[in-house]
Design a protein around this ligand. Structure first.
Ligand SMILES: Cc1cc2nc3c(=O)[nH]c(=O)nc-3n(C[C@H](O)[C@H](O)[C@H](O)COP(=O)(O)O)c2cc1C
Length: 191
């Protein structure tokens, strides 16, 4: 028997995205964003509240990086979602993480996160409560130790973090249960 729960605006999993930006003085800022998704083939859309340090930085610098948080750095990842660079000047340096400039966009790459997308701002989609920041992915950098033999990012090697919007937990992934665009064909064959 199913229960009616009313409006529950949550799905599982959500990503744990680390948005890296520069302010006008090239100070590094990073924020945690779970409300984000790949769209339109080579773009990523992230929903960021107007006025956050990251929002202000992206509007000015027209660029950002998106790193996938891994389990090893989940404490820093959560901290980036609790503290605002608007209030704490050394938000980033306090973590002891390392930032290097992207060669492709005007934004920092956080060295300790194994996978990083380098993005140019191309559009802001205004919504009622939040805004969609659309970035064109111009390059992706990945540590060699998270790649498989075909240089494809392996989420298990990355030990990527996932966010649960129902109970606010962080998770890692379990076992692969099937191949996508493949296992469903069994039902076609059975017909
Ligand atoms: C797990 C988690 C996910 C979050 N996702 C988002 C998000 O998608 N969009 C957003 O605007 N804020 C999100 N936040 C809150 C921001 O990370 C937080 O407001 C942060 O302090 C903003 O930093 P900044 O002002 O330095 O940019 C999230 C926080 C956590 C802990």
């Amino acid at each position: 028997m199913k229960k009616d729960l009313g409006v529950v605006s949550a799905v599982f999993p959500m990503p744990v995205l680390m948005i890296g930006t520069y302010d006008k003085n090239k100070n590094v800022n990073v924020m945690n964003a779970a409300w984000g998704q790949i769209c339109d083939d080579d773009k990523i859309m992230i929903f960021i509240g107007e006025g956050k340090k990251t929002w202000n930085n992206i509007v000015k610098s027209k660029a950002f990086t998106v790193s996938l948080a891994d389990a090893k750095h989940i404490t820093e990842a959560d901290y980036f979602g609790i503290v605002s660079g608007n209030k704490i000047n050394d938000k980033f340096t306090h973590t002891g993480l390392t930032a290097i400039p992207s060669e492709h966009v005007n934004a920092p790459i956080i060295d300790e996160f194994p996978v990083c997308m380098e993005c140019e701002l191309i559009e802001i989609v205004k919504l009622k409560y939040t805004n969609g920041i659309v970035g064109k992915i111009v390059n992706v950098k990945a540590d060699e130790n998270v790649l498989d033999e075909k240089d494809i990012i392996d989420p298990k090697k990355l030990n990527v973090a996932l966010f649960d919007t129902f109970k606010l937990g962080y998770y890692t992934i379990g076992e692969e249960i099937a191949k996508a665009f493949d296992v469903g064909t069994k039902l076609l064959k059975d017909k």
